[in-house]
Design a protein around this ligand. Sequence first.
Ligand SMILES: [Zn+2]
Length: 356
Amino acid sequence: MSHSSHKTAKASGGSEYLLDLNKKHSLLFTEPGAALERRRYRAAHPTEIAFIKCTDGRVHGPVMTETPLGIIQPWRNLGGKFDLGWFGFAQSMRDWVDYSVRHGRNCLVAVTYHYARGDAHRGCRGFNYDVEAARASMAELKKQFDRVFGKKVVYAILVGVETDWESLVLHGEDGKTVDLVELADQSEHAIEKLIRTLYPDMPERIQLDLLPLIQGNIRHAGRTKHSDRSVTVSEHQEWVLGVGRGFDWLHETNTALIVGPFDPHLSQAIATAATLIKGNIDEKRIVVGPGKGIVLLSSAPYRDAAGPERLLAEEKAKFLNRFSMDIIRSSVPELMEHVEQLTVTVDLHTRKIDVI
Ligand SMILES: [Zn+2]
């Protein structure tokens, strides 16, 4: 049995940094105040929230909406491209909706695309920086949710994520859009009215639980707009290729490209992400060398440590690692000499990773 929480990765440098980062994050996540705050938030806002989003590490729902970690569940793929016809995604969504319904909760699904207001080339590489294409694709996915789940229990909304100021752009049911950073009247009353205008058929419970996300983003984007963070912060510098799930502890800006396991063209998604990281090296946005490599982080989460769930997660993570290494070897072989492998499971109760 190789299960040990104290094993360190064979390679050093990047892996050490990630293990350290995870340790810090897990401590914050399990700290009594944070755990209580999460429970309080859940009690006050019972709607389950999903963010369907791009692999791009800049798109981070909890940070952008100032929501405690562990409330918003991410589903990530290159460009945020998903299809409810994909077996893995369909099953994952059905399980999530079933879980919510069993607990008497509604579901809010934010279907997102991203772009940058200052420069198209800081936009989504998964869509070749074409924001129109990204928006159209995600609008289709939103409609798919409407068709499959209806709008009484599950409610899907189309959301643009603007990464320069980190503001959310809400697309209403009638096509009207509102960039939250430009909202003139930010009173609670005005936001309630805005929600009713944009989503007139949204269940009231979901309206009430969408409200704090909007308030959080208004605060967050307002601050980001007026800070003079350097533009390089929002340029691509990723050096971690994450494959699998359970990455919400890893939200450092521009660190990781994360590929979810749901895409039937998973090998293409991994090859594209590896190519993007190779581009970061070639264009000297990141420096690699001895002790400072690219990390392939293969991850699978589990909730139940006692049964087979944790062991299945180990098998998944190991498989994803082997699978990804094969793809990198065949499609971006130049990257191989820089790759450190870090294969982990994540305990969803603590967000702590265990190196396999
Ligand atoms: Zn993207």
